[in-house]
Design a protein around this ligand. Structure first.
Ligand code: 475
Length: 826
């Protein structure tokens, strides 16, 4: 029957506070109110997007109350704040995340269902915010959620790109890039802050004035100025206890139009300055692990760094009215070298604008800043031409020179050699003078960290060898982690429910409690349930694969998955070459007891990275042949899922049986996909690289398949001299594969399509694909054998989930908080 509004209100008032927020009847009223008064739609005409917007606005309201409480409490208790500066935040969708962390999922689901709205349908309409490329950007997003969860008062600072990472389509087997437009219908999560705006300068000159006592003051007179305006998104932690802020900057012209030019008839000229300003926050550079090297990139870097530091100092001064306690109340983490100009900009603000003495400013700068390195690949290490920095940021170039002069004097005084001096210098003098952003970050920070144990160790003997000799206490390790809320609770609700039924809810607040699951690995009834959840997840992925590629795959086959950015060092080509060898073997011996496999690939290649694009095309071409060959029946399928992003990952990770982590040892700094797969019970086949090393330590050698050369062996082989040709000649199965590709078996219409790829393997094979091929093949055949013993496989799978708790980003953030930021956690 009809319930009166008064009865509803009374029923609601009778609920306990926690139930009250999640009360479906009340949520229903809230959603209807938003639909009418914020979206402006009558329920009878509202479309699915309208319902989504209205529901998001309801969820946002619930966050806002807690947000203000958090912010107020941080202020009142004079808590130290952490600022995470990152050019990338790979957020993905927020609807399910926010609902889950507020524990509103059941109430909202029911409220919507009573309104005849399917929550699973509207959830998919939310755009996937891809303001990042890959690992580095996704890590920043996991960290934001974990900082809110463990109670670190934090602000993320970045750029509100109009266009995020390109959308990838596969056309005729090849990658095609299309612009991405996540803001097309506006972003219901964000709050524009018109009042929070800063002037960012570029170019011009430096004016020096002499004071009465002969001291000099420098003052930068930029030739061009741009406004940075803030957009805030609340980030809610687990159980909604704390809410932090992600503040993204948008570039606006200082004056929208030059009216004098316009009136004189120069319509384009009147707008050119405006367009130049706006272009700064227009698009994310689609470069993962490679240097962009363009002037616009440097403008982006300075733009967001300067706006963020100005905002940080403004907030600090407003609260404390002094800079004396800056380092006690402010910690700034630089996510890679993209915000490295923070070293020079903070010095400029302190010395030129706040009149601190150099030494005092330098002490504060170092105490406030710290720096995370994410890659050792030489092509990814940023350097900028001195003359570009001089032209764009003349005062900063002077400051960098002064820092460098003092650095070199100190290092020399400490008795270090000329050779060391040359390597620690902020300026690379070889072939055109360039500023080394890694060295600048290292020198300006009190702590420098790598992202996994092996990576941090390698930093000390490679890129930062000399700086480490001079400052031996600066490098520290902080092994990456992933947020279990998104990557277990939200992405894998089936497993989460099974875990709650089996070991209780403890793991939801402390992921290490997943260990309680260990004894159940031996329990056949539990394993059957675990396997049933996996099958359900695989069925879901099979649907997605069919929808996006037209290929039908059998969910009972082994799902063997490699998803990540396409890069030669990650060796998707090792995987596809081994897949072809398997295909040849199946055809030669079709009635052997093969383990049916579905090989799944997904990942984007930088638009100009030809070799990576060639690997994508080869995977698709191989899929075309293999999937249509009746001789292999259902023993092997090869699929490439287009447009890999966070949302796709949420379907893919929980559906894997086997996780491919096969980079050339020493080159993958950490990897985080490896952790997401492991949490959902995939077995890993991988090299001793990045965080795979720590995964081995945690899950135990019986539960992970490690193969191939170690980082030391890779180095030794390179020193000795690697001969790919001789190596390939010695592996008939590999030679057959390469000859087959080269003869056009997979590209009959264009036999030369893979000449470049195949030649580079024969002639250089920089990433040692051939050197690891046999070890990889042997490891895969072991996995086949294990697959035939499903009890043994599932036991290991359960143990993977049980032992992955340490890889929560909560643990990582606690380590940063204790050892780098000096802030308490709860
Ligand atoms: C590592 N991106 C992973 C992950 O720590 C690691 C570089 C230059 C320009 C733009 N983007 C980049 C990276 O270097 C990057 O994403 N690195 C990755 O960081 C998080 O898990 O091993 O490759």
């Amino acid at each position: 029957g009809v319930t009166s509004a008064m009865d509803l209100n009374q029923a609601w008032a009778d609920l306990k506070p926690a139930e009250r927020e999640n009360d479906p009847a009340h949520l229903k009223t809230e959603i209807l109110a938003k639909l009418a008064y914020a979206v402006g739609k009558d329920p009878v005409v509202a479309n699915s997007s309208d319902w989504l917007t209205a529901t998001i606005l309801v969820v946002r309201d619930h966050i806002v109350d807690r947000w203000m409480a958090s912010t107020r409490e941080n202020y009142r208790a004079e808590k130290k704040r952490v600022y995470y500066l990152s050019l990338e935040f790979l957020i993905g969708r927020l609807f399910r995340d926010a609902m889950n962390n507020l524990e509103l999922t059941s109430g909202i689901t029911q409220a919507l269902s009573e309104l005849d709205v399917d929550i699973d349908f509207i959830r998919e309409l939310e755009p996937d915010a891809a303001l990042g490329n890959g690992g580095l950007g996704r890590l920043a997003a996991c960290f934001m959620e974990s900082m809110a969860t463990v109670g670190v008062p934090a602000y993320g600072y970045g750029i509100r790109y109009d266009n995020g990472l390109f959308r990838q389509a596969i056309e005729d087997g090849a990658q095609v890039e299309y612009p991405e437009n996540w803001l097309a219908f506006g972003d219901p999560w964000e709050f524009p802050r018109r009042e929070a705006a800063y002037t960012i300068g570029f170019g011009g000159s430096v004016e020096v004035t002499k004071d009465w006592d002969g001291a000099t003051t420098s003052s930068w007179k930029p030739q061009e100025t741009v406004m940075a305006t803030a957009y805030d998104t609340p980030v809610v932690g687990w159980r909604g206890e704390k809410v932090n802020t992600l503040r993204l900057w948008r570039a606006r012209p200082t004056s929208p139009i030059k009216l004098d030019l316009f009136n004189s008839g120069d319509h384009m000229g009147a707008l050119s300055e405006s367009n130049r300003a706006k272009s700064i926050s227009r698009v994310l550079y689609p470069a993962d692990s490679s240097e962009a090297g363009q002037e616009l990139r440097l403008r982006q870097e300075f733009f967001f760094t300067s706006a963020s530091l100005q905002d940080i100092l403004r907030r600090h001064l407003q609260q404390y009215d002094t800079l004396d306690n800056l380092a006690d109340k402010v910690a700034v983490q630089m996510n890679d070298t993209h915000p490295a100009l923070a070293v020079a900009e903070l010095m400029r603000l302190l010395v030129d604008q706040h009149n601190l003495k150099w030494d005092e400013a330098w002490t504060k700068t170092q105490a406030v800043l710290s720096y995370t390195n994410h890659t050792l690949l030489p092509e990814a290490l940023e350097t900028w031409p001195v003359n570009l920095v001089e032209r764009m940021l003349p005062r900063h170039m002077q400051i960098i020179y002064t820092i460098n002069a003092r650095l070199l004097t100190d290092v020399k005084t400490a008795g270090h050699s000329e050779e060391i001096l040359e390597k620690v210098s902020l300026i690379d003098e070889h072939g055109g003078r360039r500023v080394r952003m890694g060295n600048l970050s290292f020198v300006g920070a009190h702590k420098v960290n790598g992202v996994a144990g092996l990576h941090s160790d390698l930093m000390k003997v490679t890129v930062f060898k000399e700086l480490h000799q001079v400052f031996p206490d600066r490098i520290t390790n902080k092994t990456n982690g992933v947020t279990p809320r998104r990557w277990l609770m939200q992405a894998n609700p089936g497993l989460t429910q099974l875990l709650r039924d089996t070991i209780g809810d403890g793991f939801m607040d402390n992921t290490e409690k997943l260990r309680d699951l260990e004894p159940f690995a031996q329990n056949p009834a539990f394993r059957a349930k675990f396997a049933a959840v996996k099958l359900e997840n695989k069925t879901r992925l099979a649907h997605l694969i069919h929808e996006r590629t037209g290929v039908k795959v059998d969910p009972t086959a082994m799902f063997d998955i490699q998803v990540k950015r396409m890069h030669e060092y990650k060796r998707q080509h090792l995987n596809i070459l081994e897949t072809i060898a398997l295909y040849n073997a199946i055809r030669a011996n079709p009635h052997k007891n093969w383990a049916p496999r579905v090989k799944v690939f997904a990942g984007k290649a930088a638009a100009s990275y030809w070799q990576a694009k060639s690997i994508i095309r080869l995977i698709n071409d191989v899929g075309n042949v293999v999937n249509n060959d009746s001789a292999v029946r259902d023993l092997l399928k090869v699929v490439f899922i287009p447009n890999y992003n966070v949302s796709a990952a949420e379907v893919i990770m929980p559906a894997a049986d086997l996780s491919e982590q096969i980079s050339t040892a020493g080159l993958e700094a950490s990897g985080t996909g490896n952790m997401k797969f492991g949490l959902s019970g995939a077995l890993t086949i991988g090299t001793l690289d990045g965080a795979n090393v720590e995964m081995l330590e945690h899950v135990g050698a019986d539960n992970i398949k490690i193969f191939g050369m170690t980082a030391q062996e890779v180095e030794a082989l390179r020193i000795k001299g690697y001969n790919p040709r001789a190596t390939i000649e010695g592996i008939p199965a590999l030679k057959e594969v390469l000859d087959g590709i080269a003869s056009g078996i997979f590209s009959p219409s264009d036999k030369n399509r893979y000449a470049g790829l195949v030649d580079s393997l024969w002639n250089s094979d920089h990433f040692l694909v051939a050197a690891d091929f046999e070890a990889y093949t042997a490891a895969q055949r072991e996995m086949d054998a294990l697959w035939h013993d499903q009890d043994a496989w599932m036991t290991k799978a359960v143990l993977n989930t049980a032992r992955m708790g340490w890889f929560s980003s909560d643990r990582t953030i606690r380590e940063y908080a204790q050892e780098i930021w000096n802030v308490p956690t709860v």
